[in-house]
Design a protein around this ligand. Structure first.
Ligand SMILES: NC(=O)c1ccc[n+]([C@@H]2O[C@H](COP(=O)([O-])OP(=O)(O)OC[C@H]3O[C@@H](n4cnc5c(N)ncnc54)[C@H](OP(=O)(O)O)[C@@H]3O)[C@@H](O)[C@H]2O)c1
Length: 251
């Protein structure tokens, strides 16, 4: 992928990896558009580079997705790269149904799976009108090997992985479809997770390198160990091994 001259929509660009990508890509002469629910977070990213455009949008609401797509068209943004980055991670114990919060679960699944599906489908006509269209989904190693403490995050990222694979097949020769597997990164999402983390900047640089190398899947840092184990051992063993690590459990 050419890392300049694109018009890029990054969901969840108000913080963490999305913010890092927004700033890095804006510095490389791309038109960068971010969206998210919190205006203050979006403003924080725009303050880092005032050329970045921002739209407030709750992607868990299909009407807001439709509104965002109409607004982008109306504002003349010829988006050729969609980065589905926004996500939510909640911790649950499925053996404690009395603590299960249906609204929280619904928001998590919508943000992590339904929103990327709906936004990809809604933006596809616009993407296909551009030269060099891309859909880049930010997945997780936790979608390949489920993490017991965040079951719906893992389930939704597993769904996103399946969606990404089929999307790549169906859009072959029309739209490049890429999936990114970050390791544990120091962001708001991992505040309760106490294990070695990489900084946002190093994750962003690895993503850009993977895009430049035109990879379909960009595995970064410790995430590569998961992929390697999955190639080596039966999936059930890897699940047990990963979830037996004390560092996998938030304090
Ligand atoms: N950090 C890690 O260790 C790690 C590891 C593997 C994969 N990932 C993936 O990397 C991506 C970025 O995560 P991060 O670590 O940078 O987390 P983060 O800082 O919490 O960022 C998540 C972003 O998503 C936005 N978002 C959440 N729900 C939304 C909704 N309904 N509508 C619009 N925006 C929404 C949030 O903005 P608002 O709250 O303002 O809406 C926030 O800016 C995610 O896909 C995550 O699963 C992260």
């Amino acid at each position: 992928m050419q890392l300049s001259g694109n018009t890029i929509l990054i969901t969840g660009g108000g913080s963490g990896i999305g913010q890092g990508l927004a700033v890095a890509l804006a510095e490389r002469d791309n038109t960068v558009i971010i969206c998210g629910r919190r205006q203050a977070a979006l403003d924080e990213t725009v303050a880092l580079n005032t050329a970045i455009h921002s739209y407030r949008c709750d992607l868990s609401n299909p009407d807001e997705i439709d509104h965002l797509v109409r607004q982008l068209s109306y504002d003349g943004h010829a988006v050729n790269v969609l980065i589905n980055n926004a996500a939510i991670l909640n911790h649950y114990h499925l053996g404690k149904p009395e603590r299960f919060d249906r609204a929280m679960a619904d928001t998590e699944i919508r943000a992590n799976l339904q929103a990327p599906v709906e936004l990809s489908m809604a933006l596809l006509p616009l993407l296909q009108q551009q030269s060099s269209p891309y859909i880049i989904n930010v997945g997780s190693p936790g979608g390949i090997v489920a993490v017991s403490t965040s079951p719906l995050y893992s389930a939704s990222k597993a769904g996103l992985h399946a969606f990404t694979q089929v999307l790549r097949l169906h859009l072959k020769d029309r739209v490049r479809v890429v999936e990114v597997f970050p390791p544990t990164v120091e962001t708001a999402m991992t505040t309760d997770i106490h294990r070695a983390k990489v900084g946002v900047n190093s994750c962003v640089q690895a993503i850009l390198k993977g895009l430049e190398q035109d990879r379909d899947e960009i595995w970064i840092g410790e995430g590569k160990i998961v992929r390697w184990l999955m190639n080596l051992l039966p999936p059930g063993w890897v699940f047990k091994l990963v979830n037996s690590q004390p560092s996998m459990h938030p304090k």
